[in-house]
Design a protein. Structure first.
Length: 106
């Protein structure tokens, strides 16, 4: 049987460990999502409003953006850069970034 001080320490460590997982499971804040989306500006323009010749993301439905990103990520959709860039994002990040662009004005 564990001694009482060791049991308390074990319980505290378990609570801290559980709290860290719960914090990671929470949705990212708006500033974090905007920061992730800023990485798309070089090709897709500030806030997803691209210059002529590039695809704008502003106002595109979240579902369409997620589907395209997943297609790039899995290789179903050919690309010059997006297949590599998409692999750098988790599915949750892709959802959040897609939501950000969907909320932008065209």
């Amino acid at each position: 049987m564990l001694k009482k001080p060791l049991m308390v320490k074990t319980a505290v460590v378990a609570m801290v460990f559980a709290a860290s997982f719960s914090a990671q499971a929470q949705a990212p804040d708006a500033l974090q999502v905007r920061s992730w989306a800023a990485g798309c500006a070089n090709c897709h323009g500030t806030n997803g409003q691209a210059l002529p010749g590039m695809e704008s993301l502003a106002g595109v439905s979240q579902e369409d953006i997620v589907r395209k990103m997943q297609d790039y990520k899995t290789g179903r959709r050919p690309a010059t850069l997006m297949h590599q860039l998409s692999k750098g994002y988790s599915d949750e990040q892709i959802q959040a970034i897609a939501g950000y662009f969907a909320a932008q004005k065209k």
